[in-house]
Design a protein around this ligand. Structure first.
Ligand code: ADP
Ligand code: MG
Length: 446
């Protein structure tokens, strides 16, 4: 299939040609016609497979084909979990909109609220935003969504993970009319929370799943190394940076404070690195991302703030200095390399504190993972063995119970057993429900 087979306006085709794309990717081939036919979509495909154009092209086309429902309200809203991703999507949108009459604006947390109100008063057709800030503007009646035709949620699952379901519901309610179409995109859209949410927001959605988040991304070479402790991690990290040919590198740590510390350490060792975290002022965040995008900065040390969506073509290595707390972020983190058919290396360091997260990732990927090692950096740690099955213990427990008479309500006793058996089984679910310490979450938005 060619782009010319998709019934797209010639102005859009001209931009695509200018971008140098030969043919639509798989997700584009399927999602573009489905979206143009007016379906709500839950669409997933692997990282770096062109999801952005898969929603931007039908959105542009819809505006060209149809008359606006309202003269003033935005016609398309695109939401993303982070400011950095919103900026990137906005950049692509601007390219597509360049030859058209459509106005687009970017509304992000961390920027001047009143300036944004003025921009919104100019009645843009497209709004690209982070959900918290857009919801604030709705509350202040800086925009109305009765005329909204298309609501697009990029990295929808991550927005839910970050706790934006309330804001998303508010946006949904403000645009609650029959002509609205809703599109959800991510590489990982197959967990229960997403389905529940989708059933609220979408009507008779069509599901398009090109490749599951679980399945192999053939172009990314995943390697895992045991480590004993923090010092061991740091040594191994310098070893890789010194001995492996690389272009740009993204290093993911568990917490914001670790990003600073590690970036400083690497700079002391003569590497060119900077820390990006939600703690920084927006101007600093912009400056760091700009210099990384331009290639002046070689190594970006960050949290899951940067795990989603960022399209950085020269990232040859992703290093999980710490394993991710949210299992599916593994897929997204390593997906910062191997973009658009390129190949990449994904190195994960697994110490005792990472073990549970590692096991979750292993379960999520549905494969047995084997570990690599580097001479001179072998770890004593080789994983934590599973506890003995509960069976034998249960007999003992029974005895104890019969002697002592457990006064707890039945429900409570049962719960405890469930919890123990869960920890050997369905871990991703448990992790998702677990509350993370505030310092572990890098709030990327407001
Ligand atoms: P995803 O959202 O699936 O992670 P992106 O939309 O960020 O992927 O696209 C990844 C890269 O692929 C971008 O650099 C984009 O410009 C490029 N790309 C998109 N569509 C095509 C295409 N049809 N052919 C070649 N490259 C493409
Ligand atoms: Mg994307």
């Amino acid at each position: 299939m060619q782009f010319t087979d998709l019934n797209l306006d010639k102005r859009l085709l001209a931009t695509i040609e200018h971008l140098g794309f030969d043919k639509p990717t798989d997700i584009q081939q399927q999602a573009i016609p489905a979206a143009m036919n007016g379906h709500d979509l839950i669409a997933s495909s692997k990282t770096g497979s062109g999801k952005t154009l898969a929603f931007l092209l039908p959105a542009m086309q819809r505006l060209m084909n149809n008359r606006a429902l309202s003269k003033r309200d935005p016609r398309v809203i695109i939401l993303t979990p982070t400011r950095e991703l919103a900026k990137q999507v906005f950049g692509q949108l601007r390219l597509l909109a360049a030859n058209t009459q459509f106005k687009s604006v970017l509304i992000l947390g961390g920027e001047n609220f009143n300036d944004q109100a003025k921009t919104l008063a100019k009645d843009p057709h497209f709004v690209v935003a982070t959900p918290g800030r857009l919801a604030d503007h709705l509350t202040h009646r800086h925009l109305y969504l009765q005329g909204l035709e298309l609501l697009i949620l990029d990295e929808a699952d991550r927005m839910l993970d970050l706790g934006f379901s309330k804001q998303l519901a508010q946006i949904n309610t403000a645009a609650d009319h029959r002509k609205r179409q809703t599109l959800m995109f991510s590489a990982t859209l197959d967990h229960a929370q997403v389905n529940e949410f989708a059933s609220e927001l979408l009507s008779k959605p069509k599901r398009i799943a090109i490749e599951h988040g679980h399945s192999e991304h053939q172009d990314i070479n995943k390697r895992f190394y045991f480590v004993d402790n923090l010092e061991h991690k740091e040594k191994l990290l310098s070893y890789f940076l010194t001995n492996e040919a690389h272009q740009q590198v993204i290093i993911f740590t568990a917490t914001r404070s670790d990003t600073e510390r590690l970036a400083q350490l690497l700079n002391e060792q003569g590497f060119n690195s900077a820390a990006l975290s939600g703690e920084l002022m927006q101007s600093q965040r912009n400056q760091i991302m700009d210099s990384f995008t331009r290639g002046q900065l070689k190594i970006l040390v960050t949290t899951d703030l940067a795990s989603r969506g960022l399209d950085l073509l020269n990232v040859s290595h992703v290093i999980n200095f710490d394993m991710p707390k949210h299992t599916e972020e593994f897929i997204h983190r390593i997906g910062r390399t191997g973009r658009a058919g390129a190949s990449g290396e994904a190195i994960s360091l697994v110490g005792p504190k990472d073990w549970l997260s590692f096991k979750n990732v292993e379960g999520f990927l549905q494969q047995k993972i084997s570990f690599d090692s580097v001479d001179g950096f072998k770890a004593k740690f080789t994983g934590i063995k599973k506890k003995k099955p509960l069976k034998a213990k249960k007999v003992n427990d029974k005895k104890v119970h019969s002697k002592k008479q457990d006064k707890r309500p039945k429900q409570q006793i049962k719960q405890k057993v469930n919890f123990v058996s869960d920890s050997a089984g369905d871990l991703p679910v448990m992790r998702r429900k677990a509350k993370l310490a505030p310092q572990d979450i890098d709030e990327s938005n407001e």
